[in-house]
Write a protein that binds this ligand. Structure first.
Ligand code: G3P
Ligand code: MG
Length: 219
């Protein structure tokens, strides 16, 4: 079972920072980060639509320049909001990146950027159109549909988008869902898991990956 570090093991490290990526790479098979666009359209790594919660500043990410985002202090680390390019440069060989695309317009700039890197990539999104656009632009990059409600339709939707995986919220996961997903050749990566005992339970159930807050239960 694969261990995917949610926002770079956000339970332990400052979420979506280069520090988290460096630290998470020691224990995770793959690191999940959230991607948005700054004012110039460059992809940056931050969860919320605004910088208010995680930085010493305020405003919408989409209205702020890359240089300004990079000069902010994220969660008291002294580090700025990283560009996706910086994250790609930071992830060591052998560790994958799960890029959660938070906005539809990101597909093209993200895929353009990925061309220059060999990192194993899994693109994920709650948004079907985003995944369809990614498939049309570069079908060779793995995709996963994020699911937070009604898993019934989700499996068909993910299969019709030629996804590699579905990423259901843990509340939706049971043996029936696993069986249906596997029958459709979809891996199942469950999120968010904060209890190491749950990690062991999901492994026994036959889940393919866990998107976890902390590395306990990972390598
Ligand atoms: O990719 C799984 C998870 O990150 C989705 O929710 O809000 O933590 O980005 P969120
Ligand atoms: Mg996310």
């Amino acid at each position: 079972m694969r261990c995917i570090a949610h926002r770079g093991f956000a339970g332990l490290y400052p979420e979506n920072t280069l520090t988290a990526v460096r630290q998470a790479a020691e224990r995770a098979d793959m690191i999940e980060v959230d991607v948005r666009q700054c004012r110039s359209g460059d992809p940056v790594v931050i969860h919320d639509e605004t910088v208010d919660r995680v930085t010493d500043s305020t405003g919408s990410v989409a209205d702020i320049s890359l240089a300004t985002l990079q000069s902010m202090d994220v969660l008291g680390t002294g580090e700025g909001v990283p560009s996706l390019e910086a994250v790609l440069r930071t992830v060591p060989d052998g560790v994958g990146l799960n890029l959660e695309l938070k906005e539809p317009d990101l597909v093209e700039p993200v895929i353009d950027l990925l061309d220059a890197f060999d990192t194993e990539i899994l693109l994920s999104s709650f948004d079907v159109e985003t995944l369809a656009a990614a498939r049309d632009l570069d079908p060779s990059i793995d995709r996963a549909l994020l699911v937070d409600s009604s898993s019934e339709a989700a499996i068909e939707r993910a299969a019709s988008l030629d996804c590699e995986a579905i990423h259901p919220h843990w509340r939706l996961v049971d043996f029936a869902l696993l069986e249906r997903a596997h029958r459709s050749d979809l891996n199942v990566n469950v999120w968010p898991i904060s209890d190491p005992e749950r990690t062991a339970e999901y492994e026994k159930m036959g889940v393919d990956g866990v998107i976890v807050e902390e590395p306990a239960g990972c390598r």
